[in-house]
Design a protein around this ligand. Structure first.
Ligand code: 2RA
Length: 339
């Protein structure tokens, strides 16, 4: 059945990808309603060969459209203000911002991990899309957790600048040009030069010395895996990469499991592609994962620091599976099973 779909934040890096993904996956869209701020409203976006005008996001504009599904990626404050308005007018919101992820009555969903949680959309008409760095990690952790139960995870992330948005993609490009032209480097998005550098600072610092990004991985992993006993210690780093987040994941399990068993489990796991043959220099690479749907896993080995430990390298396109694709996959299950 065809439904009216809204994309809020349609001109942003993730919003753009949401429209592209709806088209690529032939989501049954009756009418597409792209929304954006006053600043970028008026632009046209292309959907199935049709140029559609981006509307300014107002309650008035929502009323008369019978929108059934609304994909949001416009920041937490816009989601807090408008997601309830869309829900009030009959839409189910899939929100990519952090606004509702920790609300107990709002499901936080990765379709390969906890698709059943989508049924809780009925509470408030809102489903939360997890943070990109969490999504790719739990897709890889779930098959292992089901067999050997994860006790704790230590993860270091290497996050692409596209996670910050279009302006950060431009910043990296500009700084490389400035450096190669022997001009002074200008920093408008990040506090320090990102080109040829690593910044251990994503989102804001909290009292406990972790950043908000790192604590998202702690809280979201437990909620999605439905296991509050799992502990996660994350260090999230911004690196000079345009697309794809890479993660060094180390875990301690309740039961022993060999790297070979992990490899065969992951080879069968939904949404995962194992790329793991060091003898042939085969392991996941950010530039190869960019533009693809899968979560790529490699460097699978026994972790020498933990009893029952496993270490692995997890790479995925942070704008696709990390955001837009996961949101559209939630919408697909929602439409197929619940609407
Ligand atoms: C980042 N995960 O990479 C955050 C938000 N997309 O900046």
């Amino acid at each position: 059945k065809e439904v009216n779909v809204a994309v809020v934040g349609a001109t942003g890096a993730v919003g753009n990808e949401m429209v592209k993904t709806l088209e690529q996956r032939a989501f049954p869209v009756k009418n597409l309603y792209p929304f954006a701020s006053k600043r970028t409203a008026g632009q046209k976006i292309n959907f199935h060969g049709e140029a559609i005008k981006v509307e300014e996001l107002t309650e008035e504009a929502v009323k008369s459209k019978d929108i059934k599904i609304a994909l949001f990626s416009a920041g937490a404050s816009i989601s807090k203000q408008f997601a309830p308005i869309f829900a009030h007018h009959g839409a189910v919101v899939v929100d990519n911002s952090s606004a509702f992820r920790q609300e107990p009555d709002i499901p936080l969903v990765v379709p390969e991990v906890n698709p059943h949680a989508i049924a809780q959309y009925k509470n408030r008409g809102i489903i939360a899309n997890p943070n990109c760095s969490t999504i790719q990690m739990v897709v890889a952790l779930k098959p292992i957790h089901d067999v050997a139960r994860i006790k704790r995870v230590i993860v270091a992330t290497y996050q692409a600048v596209s996670g910050t948005g279009k302006k950060a993609i431009d910043e990296l490009e500009r700084q490389v040009r400035e450096l190669f032209n022997l001009q002074p480097v200008t920093c408008e998005v990040y506090p320090y030069q990102i080109a040829f550098n690593c910044l251990p600072h994503i989102d804001v610092f909290l009292e406990n010395g972790y950043t908000k990004e790192e604590m998202k991985m702690f809280f979201e992993t437990r909620k999605i895996m439905e296991d509050e006993t799992i502990t996660v210690s994350a260090t999230c780093i911004r690196v000079p990469v345009f697309y794809s987040h890479s993660e060094a994941v180390h875990m301690q399990l309740e039961k022993p499991i060999s790297p070979e068993e992990v490899k065969s489990l992951l080879a069968k796991a939904p949404g995962v592609k194992v790329v793991d043959d060091p003898s042939k220099n085969l392991y996941p690479l950010a530039i190869e994962a960019a533009g693809k749907d899968e979560v790529f896993v490699g460097r699978i080995r026994k972790d020498l620091a933990f009893e029952n430990g496993i270490a692995m390298w997890v790479v995925s396109d942070n704008i696709r599976k990390g955001a837009a694709l996961n949101a559209v996959q939630i919408a697909e299950v929602l439409l197929e099973k619940y609407l």
